[in-house]
Structure formats: structure tokens, C-alpha cells
Design a protein around this ligand. Structure first.
Ligand code: AP5
Ligand code: MG
Length: 217
């Protein structure tokens, strides 16, 4: 299955991507995670991306597109992938379409996670992420057994810099202006499925897997 997850910051893309990718045996490709890894390890890509991420703006397309092109060329992406956080605007979607054409394939489905702004703010203000394995937790809605420690791997949990309330507001504006046009773009191409992403994490996962059951191989 070749699938894109779209939805506002905090909609649960990363959370659902980890379960969907596991269930469908495809790699989860999260541009935000790849950027954060590069920032942490101080690569040239990380240095370029950091200032944009800190302010909640999109990293320039030429940087992002090259990174995704390289990632999609890796062996594990040949049979399918789940993209989380890419494309993020119509130009990125057009380039992705051309990249897949060149590979002789196409997207099966774009799953839109639908939640309102108040819920997004609640989710982001309590988010914690594992420094070691990247698993996403929430202090109230999806807490680990021991505060500050990842249940999966024992790693330390941290709060993302861009989850400060002013930056969250700006990320929501960027989503509305630049990313939300993708919903109409993919609806016109007949590949969009809208999913109610409210309610407990497990219920959203069940609905997502059900909505995707006939998609791809
Ligand atoms: P990115 O990392 O993609 O951030 P985002 O889109 O803002 O999305 P988030 O990761 O904040 O939210 P999410 O939907 O993954 O929610 P999560 O599952 O964590 O991008 C960061 C930055 O990188 C961008 O601002 C930009 O600068 C740059 N970037 C990335 N891609 C780019 C691109 N293509 N082009 C240009 N720049 C790019 O869940 C949130 C919280 O809610 C968690 O605590 C979770 O436990 C909780 N939660 C999840 N589901 C539920 C539920 N059902 N009920 C209750 N709580 C829930
Ligand atoms: Mg995410």
C-alpha cells in the first residue's frame, strides 16, 4: 500500500502511522522525524531545517523534496510506504506524483485525520516523545506506565520545542494556508478518505485499518 496521512499538527498522524505501518508491514516515513533526527545529530540538513521548524514554518521545498526522493529510493519502500507529514503543500504533492510516475507506480490512498483546533491544542500541550525510539505518548490521554520513561524501550521522554503555544498557533495557520488545500487536491483525484480522528487512540486505529483494508496489496 502506498499511503499518505494528512491532517493538522496534533491530529495523531505519527501515533496512527506507527500502528498502521506495523499492521500493513510497510515503512513509516515521517519527514518531521527525519528532520528532528538530523537536527539532533547536527547534520547539514539539520542545520538548514532547524530555524524553520523552531518557528513552525515549512522547511523549503527543495530541501524537503530531495530528502524524500532519497528515502523513497531505499529498498524497504519498493513494496509500499506510509508517508506522515509529506506532502505538505500542492507543489510537494505534484513532485510526489511525478516521482511515483517515474517509479511506474501511484498513490493508493490519502487518509485525512479530522480533528478540531481545540482538540489539537489539548493533544500537543501534553505530548511527550521518546528520545530513543520516537514513540509518541500523552501525559493524560496515552500515558506511559512510569512518568518520563518510554514503555517500549525505557528511553527518556521529552517535549518538542515546537509544542509551545505560540508556535502551535502558527503551525495551525500554516496548515490552514498551505497544507489543507491538499484535501481538495486529492479528493479531485479520487484517492481521499476522510477519517474521524477523535476518541481513544485504539478506536481511531481500528477505524483507520478498516478504511484502508481494500487499499494496495
Ligand atoms: P511534523 O513532525 O510533521 O509535525 P506536525 O505536522 O505539526 O504534526 P505533529 O507531529 O505535531 O502531530 P501528529 O499529527 O503527528 O500528532 P501525534 O501523533 O504526535 O513536522 C514538524 C516540522 O517539520 C514542521 O513544522 C516543518 O517545519 C517541518 N516539516 C515536516 N515535514 C515537512 C514537509 N513535508 N515540508 C516542509 N517542512 C516540513 O499526536 C499528538 C499528541 O496527541 C500525542 O501526545 C499523542 O499521544 C496524542 N494523541 C494522538 N491520538 C490521540 C487520540 N486519539 N486521543 C487523544 N490523544 C491522542
Ligand atoms: Mg508527527
Amino acid at each position: 500500500m502506498r499511503c499518505v496521512l494528512v491532517g493538522p499538527p496534533g491530529a495523531g498522524k505519527g501515533t496512527q502511522a506507527q500502528y498502521i505501518a506495523q499492521a500493513r508491514l510497510i515503512p513509516k516515513i515521517s519527514t518531521g522525524d527525519i528532520f528532528r533526527l538530523n537536527v539532533r545529530t547536527g547534520t547539514e540538513l539539520g542545520v538548514k531545517a532547524k530555524q524553520y521548524m523552531d518557528s513552525g514554518d515549512l522547511v523549503p521545498d527543495e530541501v524537503t523534496i530531495e530528502m524524500v526522493r532519497n528515502r523513497l529510493a531505499e529498498d524497504d519502500a519498493v513494496k509500499g510506504f506510509l508517508l506522515d507529514g509529506f506532502p505538505r503543500n500542492v507543489p510537494q504533492a505534484e513532485v510526489l506524483g511525478r516521482m511515483l510516475d517515474e517509479m511506474g507506480t501511484r498513490l493508493d490512498v490519502v487518509l485525512e485525520l479530522v480533528v478540531d483546533d481545540d482538540e489539537v491544542v489539548r493533544r500537543l500541550s501534553g505530548r511527550r516523545t521518546c528520545r530513543n525510539c520516537g514513540t509518541v505518548w500523552h501525559v493524560d490521554f496515552d500515558p506511559p506506565a512510569v512518568e518520563g520513561i518510554c514503555d517500549r524501550c525505557g528511553g527518556e521522554l521529552f517535549q518538542r520545542d515546537d509544542d509551545r503555544s505560540e508556535t502551535v498557533r502558527h503551525r495551525l495557520e500554516v496548515y490552514a494556508e498551505q497544507t489543507s488545500p491538499l484535501v481538495a487536491y486529492y479528493a479531485e483525484r479520487g484517492v481521499l478518505i476522510g477519517l474521524d480522528a477523535t476518541g481513544p487512540v485504539d478506536n481511531v486505529t481500528d477505524r483507520a485499518l478498516d478504511a484502508l483494508r481494500h487499499q494496495g496489496d
